[in-house]
Design a binder for this molecule. Sequence first.
Ligand code: TZP
Ligand code: MG
Length: 220
Amino acid sequence: TQNDVSLKNSLLKEIDFYLVTDSGLSKKGTLSDVKESVEAGCKIIQYREKDKSTKEMIDEASEIKRICGDRAIFLVNDRIDVALAVDADGVHIGQDDMPIETARKLLGADKIIGLTVHNVDEAVEAEKKGADYVGLGSIFDTSTKKDAGKGIGPARIREVKNAIKVPVVAIGGINKENCRSVVENGADSLVAISAVVCSDDVKKETREFIDIIKEIKNSS
Ligand code: TZP
Ligand code: MG
């Protein structure tokens, strides 16, 4: 219903920093990263796992759900089946994953569906098809996702923001030094993977990102 939609929209607009897990880059492991980031105030976790069995993923996802509790929204990347199995809050899917209309049928109206987009046309299409937010990227060059392509630049965030109403989450190559341009161009929130999970202190990095983002949002 329209109500579910505006509820999810306001929930998502309150987010500043968005953590996506990466077990390949992590120093202390995904569960530790999730725990530390949520303790530092991260309000949304996306479990992104490309190398584990379905069974391992379901075990890990149910642990993440437990850690998030009512402190953070919990989404699963790509795997609608894993999201359903553990009753996650939703999924994040890409342009080549399950079509969003199909994902919506399987998940129902209450779950959150985020869709990766690269430009204004994809963003408008995503909103029309019922995406609750769009993930826009890669903003800068990154080596974390091998097929991410060259960075589209932070100015693209403003173009996308002007074209849609659902929240825009910026991703790709973002660190504490370049995140100002991301927030100043209107991103509702931002993802940093390597800048956080490659660190020895995920809690401190998350805290610092949240503080920087809040400070920029409050001053602009
Ligand atoms: N999608 C677009 S870029 C990216 C993903 C998953 C990787 C972002 O990782 P990092 O380390 O923050 O550049
Ligand atoms: Mg995908």
